[in-house]
Design a protein around this ligand. Structure first.
Ligand code: ADP
Ligand code: MG
Ligand code: MG
Length: 889
């Protein structure tokens, strides 16, 4: 097993083996970009370390030494030299980037002798001792696990003593004292003297980096981001010759995106610090300068930076996120990776790169993460109304979108409150990787320190959550659970609103508005529409929903739930009256009223969707869902018995009796869907008639309407035929009444296992199928969704019994097999049969990929997920294309 790759031996392809950072360094070396010489210890070594009870393979060390010798040759420096010492960084880096999750040590190789050598060699004692104090600090933290605060305290005291503010103003004397105190801290922590020999330092560092792979922070991060072993298994270690950004005012370090990750603008974007080393920028100890200023301050280096960025983009065909260091005017690249951008940035760069002929349209579509597009459908502040609210502070706009919620100053509280459904805005001085769990449970993040590349900003952007950083006028006291801005005080639980697009913090809950679609977004959707094969329809039950879906590009409605129309406040009373009706006569009277209402609903929706099919599903839930539950009614009775009128008591008693009568042990499998249609045929008859009447009316108005009627919960062809005969009767009556032919497709949902298994029988009557994958998943697993998600599913996922929640992403092996079988059997009878999908899976990119492959005609998704579905469908088609061409070759 080859355990170590010198940067000129590897390339960018094998990220699994070399880690993303290592592969990037190798690739940049290969294309002759200025990378300091170095080498990578593979992830295989890390795996073997864990497989063998945390022992490092014996043969690793000789290989490392060989590569150190090679480094010496390349740099002309010497390991542990007392004239020209070689110093390195030891950096973790897994296949997938996990920002800030694992550890890095800089300036390794320094000790009392080499620091003297470095001083003499550079004639710059401040630099040498600054490097040394950084090394001891990082080493103490990473290898020994010393609490950072102890070091910070020493540093603060030293600055006070010398009377300076910036770390970079500390003089040699102060730095010498700091180093000696740092070492003292380490020694009292471990009980041993601080390791002097670079060999020993390196061995300890390698072990520490391997250990950080299984550290709490890294574990949580991988868990939350669904990074499984087949995505990243173990970390690689990169040993890189130091480039010194802290050698004076002609030296600097920085991080840059080759394009603006917030909006995609084609201009480098980032920050830098003069006379500093890498970790300073990220940690936010000094506020870095925007990279624009470098144009004036270090024009040559700036030009080099810009041209390097162009080269990188040309090579990677993807905007990059890089780290660089300038050592006395000499420019070095220390890292590159594909830039993480928010959705707006991704969309704009996709469109721009096609225009620039950097990438093809296909690549431009494939690089998008469909799920991320939801951000673009994010809310913004209603700036008109916002004028009536008090702006309490302004910070740096770090991640766009608006969020209102309650201020919470503590990470644990933010997690528990968020999990209990509160809308939490996490307010902190700064955030650290261990705070990440709270990001998941908060709607927005606000910090008083840090810049656009601070931890909070990076993580929030990645998650698409609104974020403001560097809000320095806000003084946060997390102990006291409050923040003050001038004389104003914000307490825990107070409502605040953050505008991550402008950086404004408001007190109170500011109204927000729905987003607008940019031209670039429209362009992408247009390309995707042309590429995809699957049809995209919407789940919509109101004219507004239908309008929005159509605007987003839905071609039709795949699921119009008629019961939602009964739930509107003005209708519920009518429907309850219907349920309470004592005779068929009474029931029919009430149905007539409902029929008028449904007809007018259908007319409006069909008009909005003119030219496209609208699938109307007849009543699905059990009747008791429309009544208050018996427990509530019993409580009400108790209350009324004390103070209510006789009439009220009587009414409640009757409803209670009916509710008890209708109550079911297991409603999911109870009296619902087609079963209600068969026992109360007048309800389905009314609904079918409403559809026919709407169609007739629209035909007269010359509106192209294509309603279809869909029957839920069908398990058996006889059920379907039973309803079909009602349909036939209503159709004949309506056609006679209106003197016209009215064509309305009649189809069935497939959401019951038996229905799927007998789809060839159902296809004799059904003119279309639509998979109700929510119920079907429940049925195939025998899980009731609410119980599963509320009780055991999270633990199933944690214990990896199930990889994913099958209610979010279709279970391909189980539910998917049944889907394929039902599709094949149905199309055997009717080859062109329209087969759709109307469960929530219709808006999930992975599931969409499956349905594309399974030959579905369309998927139906909620209006806000339509753009996601369109792009995902295009990607499914493109992926299929590329596997086909690969096979041909
Ligand atoms: P992370 O994954 O947390 O970004 P890195 O390994 O990239 O950790 O390093 C942390 C910081 O140290 C970065 O700013 C990086 O550029 C800097 N750095 C790492 N190695 C070197 C080196 N050999 N010379 C100069 N700076 C370095
Ligand atoms: Mg880095
Ligand atoms: Mg269903």
């Amino acid at each position: 097993m080859k355990m170590v790759y010198f940067f000129d031996e590897g390339d960018g392809k094998n990220k699994k083996l070399l880690g993303g950072k290592g592969a990037g360094l190798c690739e940049m070396t290969r294309i002759k970009l200025p990378v300091p010489p170095g080498f990578t210890i593979t992830t295989d070594v890390c795996k073997s370390y864990y497989q063998n009870g945390k022992t490092i393979p014996k043969s690793l060390w000789p290989e490392v030494k060989k590569n150190i010798t090679k480094l010496e040759r390349k740099t002309g420096k010497k390991w542990n030299s007392d004239t020209n010492p070689l110093l390195v960084s030891v950096r973790s880096g897994a296949a997938i980037s996990m920002p800030g999750m694992m550890d890095t040590i800089l300036n390794l190789g320094l000790n009392e002798d080499t620091v003297t050598a470095l001083t003499k060699k550079t004639d710059n004692p401040r630099f040498a001792w600054d490097s040394y104090r950084r090394f001891v600090q990082l080493f103490g933290k990473v290898v020994f696990g010393v609490d950072d605060k102890k070091f910070d305290h020493v540093l603060e005291e030293a600055k006070k003593k010398q009377g300076v503010h910036a770390d970079s103003d500390l003089n040699e004397q102060s730095l010498r004292e700091i180093v000696s105190q740092y070492k003292q801290i380490c020694q009292s922590h471990t009980g041993k003297p601080f390791p002097m020999h670079p060999d020993e330092q390196l061995q300890l560092a390698v072990r520490a980096v391997f250990n950080s792979w299984m550290g709490e922070r890294a574990l949580v991060y991988r868990d939350k981001n669904h990074i499984t072993k087949d995505i990243a298994d173990g970390t690689a270690i990169n040993i890189v010759t130091m480039a010194f950004g802290n050698m004076g005012n002609d030296s600097a370090t920085g991080v840059v995106f080759t394009r603006n990750p917030g909006d995609g603008t084609n201009k480098i974007f980032g920050e830098y610090l003069v006379n500093a080393q890498g970790e300073d920028v990220v940690a936010g100890v000094r506020t870095p300068k925007p990279v624009d200023e470098m144009q004036k301050e270090m024009p040559k280096s700036y030009q080099l930076l810009v041209s390097t960025c162009k080269k990188l983009e040309k090579h990677y065909k993807e905007p990059q996120d890089i780290e660089f260091t300038i050592e006395q005017g000499k420019f070095y690249l220390l890292q590159t990776r594909s830039a993480k951008m928010n959705a707006a940035g991704m969309i704009k760069t996709s469109v721009d790169m096609v225009k620039e002929k950097l990438v093809t349209k296909e690549r431009a579509l494939l690089r998008l993460q469909p799920d991320q597009l939801e951000q673009l459908l994010h809310k913004t502040i209603d700036y008109e109304q916002a004028k009536q609210y008090k702006k309490v502070a302004k910070g740096i706009a770090a991640s766009p979108g608006a969020a209102s919620g309650v201020a919470v100053f503590d990470v644990k509280r933010a997690v528990s409150m968020g999990e209990n459904g509160a809308k939490v805005i996490l307010v902190r001085e700064e955030t650290k990787p261990e705070d990440v769990p709270a990001f998941f449970t908060s709607v927005g993040i606000l910090t008083s320190r840090g810049g656009k590349t601070s931890h909070a900003a990076v993580v929030a952007r990645g998650m698409g959550k609104p974020c403001i950083v560097g809000c320095s006028e806000m003084k946060i006291n997390s102990e006291a659970k409050q923040a003050t801005v001038g004389s104003a005080v914000i307490h825990e639980g107070d409502a605040i609103t953050i505008d991550g697009s402008q950086g404004d913090v408001y007190s109170g809950q500011v109204p927000t508005i729905e987003p607008q679609m940019t031209n670039d977004f429209k362009t992408i959707l247009d390309w995707a529409q042309k590429e995809k094969k699957l049809g995209i329809r919407a789940n919509a039950d109101t004219p507004d929903g239908a309008q929005l879906a159509r605007k987003y590009g839905a071609h039709g409605i795949g699921l119009c739930r008629t019961e939602r129309m009964f739930n509107a406040t003005d209708r519920l009373g009518l429907f309850v009256d219907l349920i309470m009706a004592k005779s068929l006569e009474e029931r029919k009277q009430r149905l007539e009223k409902l029929q008028e209402l449904q007809k007018s609903d259908f007319i409006q929706i069909l008009k909005v969707m003119e030219g496209y099919k609208v699938t109307i599903r007849l009543l699905d839930p059990p009747l008791h869902e429309f009544l208050p539950n018996p427990e509530e009614l019993i409580n009400k009775m108790h209350r009324l018995e004390k103070q209510g009128s006789q009439q009220e008591i009587e009414e409640t008693r009757i409803i209670l009796a009916r509710a008890k009568e209708l109550a079911e042990i297991n409603p999911m499998m109870g009296h619902r869907g087609v079963r209600v249609g068969i026992t109360y045929p007048e309800i389905y008859e009314m609904q079918i008639r409403a559809v026919f009447e709407a169609a007739a009316e629209l035909a007269k108005q010359k509106v192209n309407a294509y309603p279809q009627i869909m029957i839920p919960q069908v398990s058996n062809i006889t059920e379907l035929n039973h309803i079909k005969s009602i349909y036939n009767k209503v159709k004949a009556e309506a056609e006679a009444k209106h003197h016209m032919k009215i064509r309305i497709n009649f189809g069935t949902m497939l959401e019951v296992v038996r229905g799927c298994l007998t789809s060839h029988e159902l296809a004799e009557t059904a003119e279309f199928f639509s998979f109700g994958t929510n119920d079907l998943t429940q049925a195939v697993f025998s899980f009731s969704r609410e119980d599963a998600e509320g009780k055991f599913l999270p633990e199933y996922i944690e214990k990896e019994i199930l990889e994913r929640n099958p209610f979010q992403t279709l279970d391909v092996n189980g539910v998917g097999s049944l889907v394929k079988l039902a599709v094949a059997n149905g199309r055997r009878i009717k080859p062109g049969l329209e087969i759709g999908v109307c469960g929530e899976h219709g808006g999930d990119p992975n599931s969409i990929k499956f349905f594309h492959g399974a030959g579905a005609s369309y998927v139906s998704a909620s209006p806000h997920r339509i753009p996601i579905a369109i792009v995902a469908a295009a990607q499914a088609k493109l992926a299929e294309k590329s596997t086909k061409t690969k096979k041909k070759k």
